[in-house]
Design a protein around this ligand. Structure first.
Ligand code: 9MJ
Length: 686
């Protein structure tokens, strides 16, 4: 970890500066970091410590002396009237106390340290931007760039819904520059990556890169399609108006003007209260809908901020308190192939144990073989591993050997990349990749012990049939000893057989049989979920149950009808349809029903007859005045219609708004019923 002892301070400084510049470029220009933030912070801290010991070696171009980042080519440049600063980091309560001491020392006797007002707020990990409003209208959006000159991203920020194009309320200054962080909420990020992964496309390493990559798109249409949002945390130039004396009062005004401000920002007095507030934010971290990498502590009073001023790259009146990293570096010991419930063969990296965001991680998913190849992960590699919220830990990327050579390790000869298996490692059935899919699958179905086991685990799980006490180890034994071959057998277990299993006895066997018996009474939604139909998660299963009301109705529905269920698209519809057409699935269902699995009828379910447009295919064309396409579609679906994109013989109805195109002509030619918007509204009223 320590520097090479033979290196002179100057040589070490040069190495560190070169590396930091390289990583700045990867991070700020390419939006593709090679190392986790925590590694970068380590290099940066080492450079700072070294420069503190040798101030004579500090140069104006050292990374410690300037805000990192470079404006991208292709965007016009914007010169910031007031520099956009970054923040210095701290990692412990001692360092935070030292920050407070520096503030108090600089302010002198006029300010009592323990009553000094601070504002504590979440530190968002996104892209810093500045928005300029003139007469209350959004005129310009700019990235931070190098702090002095940024990129003009006006067209891009205009697509972000959270950013008002006009300020609300009254009393805003003639010119107002507000500053904040553009970021992508976690769930939206996961969904975007999931889609990219399924399509075999490049995924973003983390929400920050996704936000930066999405905002810095020359084509604002791309930005518009990305789920970005913003929270404000400061201001820049202000003309023609009077601003409050404190940051906390300024935030109140921002809110009044319709600008987005976090509701987790707190005002406190003294550094102990600030530390408490930081700790509280840390406990909230995993529950927030977006990632935070720390807290920011800021002096509240504007006059004190002015007296404190700033050093090279950061204000003296604010400090970031970084939380434990959610992305860290460790070594891949080997790559295993796991077989999932639906036969998916997933490469999983076995890791040297490492703590990520407070939890020890020993395995991380590589998602699928295509992604493993793209990332080129091999046994022995140093990789960065990310874990956020309750998402499964994943390998983000291989850390280039020379990126770490500055701090550790020697080079090693990498083995050949792992080949994609042709057969299932568990049952030896053929592995195939259906056309257009990213995932390799075992073709063994329920013949494959791994799939069978995963199916039983899923069936018994809490949100499915909820068989209390039937855990993985017990399921292993039941399958291995041939006591069960499918989930149906769970309902025919004998007390003596269960009691004779390892770590079981008469009492545990009785408990298990009770739990199995209790699970017989369930709901249709749970039952459908428990069957483990591909692509049918809990909410889809419940949607199907609500819509159809009975198992028979679900089983008999054709694909078109299945697609009328809210949130069911063509892929899910064909999975459900295909599932019920497999004889062995029908057998399992019959077996479960014969074993006494029951549920009450679903009340208020939507039966065929009750819906005016049940199963009918409807097309919308032209512009509707009174509602959006999306709303029109949802309203039609609520009446049982299937809304499709093109007119055919099967089309029952064409809803025709203003300026229709060729669809109307085609519908006329085919004799399809056509209604205008007024008639459509009458239909919806009915
Ligand atoms: C973030 N990243 O959330 C600042 N920041 O203040 C907050 N960044 C900042 N404040 C002055 N909450 C410079 C940067």
């Amino acid at each position: 970890m320590a520097a090479n002892r033979s290196e002179s301070p100057q040589a070490r400084l040069n190495t560190l500066r070169r590396r930091i510049r390289h990583h700045d470029h990867c991070y700020y220009v390419e939006d593709a970091p090679e190392i986790p933030d925590a590694e970068y912070d380590r290099l940066f801290s080492e450079l700072k410590r070294l420069e503190e010991r040798h101030p004579e070696l500090i140069t104006p171009d050292s990374p410690t002396q300037r805000v990192s980042g470079t404006p991208l080519e292709g965007f016009s440049k914007v010169e910031h009237r007031q520099a956009m600063l970054s923040l210095d980091n701290t990692f412990s309560s001692e360092e935070l106390a030292a920050f407070h001491q520096r503030v108090v020392d600089r302010l002198g006797a006029k300010v009592a340290g323990d009553s000094l007002s601070y504002v504590v707020e979440p530190k968002l990990d996104g892209l810093a931007i500045s928005l300029r409003y003139e007469q209350g209208r959004l005129i310009q959006g700019a990235t931070r760039g190098d702090g002095r000159v940024g990129e003009d991203v006006t067209a891009q920020v205009r697509t972000i819904r959270a950013i008002p194009l006009r300020l609300g309320g009254e009393g805003w200054p003639t010119t107002l520059e507000v500053r904040g962080e553009v970021f992508m909420p976690t769930e939206a990020f996961e969904q975007m990556n999931e889609k990219a992964r399924a399509a075999g496309e490049k995924v973003f390493a983390n929400p920050r890169n996704a936000a930066a990559g999405s905002l810095r798109q020359l084509d604002p249409k791309v930005t518009a399609s990305r789920p970005l949002t913003l929270l404000l945390h400061g201001w820049g130039a202000v003309d023609g108006g009077v601003m409050p004396d404190s940051y906390s009062e300024t935030l109140v005004l921002f809110r009044r003007w319709g600008l987005p401000v976090s509701d987790l920002i707190r005002s406190v007095q003294g550094i102990d209260a600030a530390q408490k507030s930081v700790n509280h934010l840390e406990t909230l971290r995993q529950t927030l809908p977006y990632e935070i990498d720390g807290a920011v502590i800021k002096v509240d009073r504007v006059d004190l901020r002015a007296r404190l001023g700033y050093v090279a790259r950061a204000p003296r009146w604010a400090i970031a308190y970084k939380f434990p990293a959610q992305e860290v570096v460790t070594r891949v010991q080997g790559i295993d192939v796991q077989v999932g419930r639906t036969g998916a063969l997933t490469p999983v990296a076995r890791l040297e144990p490492v703590t990520v965001g407070g939890v020890v991680v020993t395995n991380a998913t590589l998602h699928n073989f295509g992604e493993m190849r793209r990332k080129d992960v091999r046994a022995g590699d140093r990789v960065s591993v990310r874990r956020a919220g309750d998402v499964i830990p994943e390998v983000v990327r291989v850390v280039p050997q020379d990126a770490l050579a500055a701090t550790e390790g020697t080079l090693f000869q990498r083995p050949d990349p792992m080949a994609e298996p042709e057969r299932c490692p568990v049952c030896d059935s053929r592995a195939t990749r259906p056309e257009g899919e990213a995932v390799l699958r075992c073709t063994g179905g329920l013949v494959c012990p791994a799939q069978r086991k995963a199916a039983v685990i899923h069936f018994a799980s809490r949100r499915a049939m909820n068989i209390d006490g039937l855990g993985t180890k017990l399921i292993d034994q039941l399958l291995a000893k041939g006591v069960i071959t499918s989930v149906v057998d769970l309902y025919h277990l004998e007390h003596a057989v269960v009691a004779s299993l390892e770590r079981m006895g008469s009492k545990s066997a009785t408990n298990l049989l009770h739990a199995v018996a209790a699970s017989r009474t369930t709901t249709l939604g749970r039952f459908l979920f428990a069957l483990g139909i591909r692509e049918v998660g809990e909410s889809t299963a419940q949607g199907l149950a609500r819509y159809f009301g009975t198992l028979d109705a679900v089983m008999e529905a054709d694909r078109e009808r299945l697609e009328s269920v809210p949130d069911v698209g063509p892929v899910v519809a064909s999975r459900v349809w295909a599932f019920f057409r497999e004889a062995h699935n029908r057998q399992v269902i019959d077996g479960l029903l014969a074993a006494g699995v029951v549920w009450p009828d679903v009340e208020g379910s939507v039966s065929e007859e009750s819906l005016p447009l049940a199963g009918q295919s409807v097309v919308i064309t032209g512009t509707l005045e009174s509602l959006t396409r999306r709303d029109a579609k949802a309203r039609l679906e609520a009446l049982g219609a299937r809304v499709v994109g093109s007119v055919s013989k099967k089309t029952a109805l064409l809803v025709c708004g203003a300026s229709p195109g060729s669809k109307r002509t085609k519908a006329e030619a085919l004799g399809v019923e056509i209604i205008d918007e007024a008639a459509f509204l009458v239909l919806l009223e009915r």
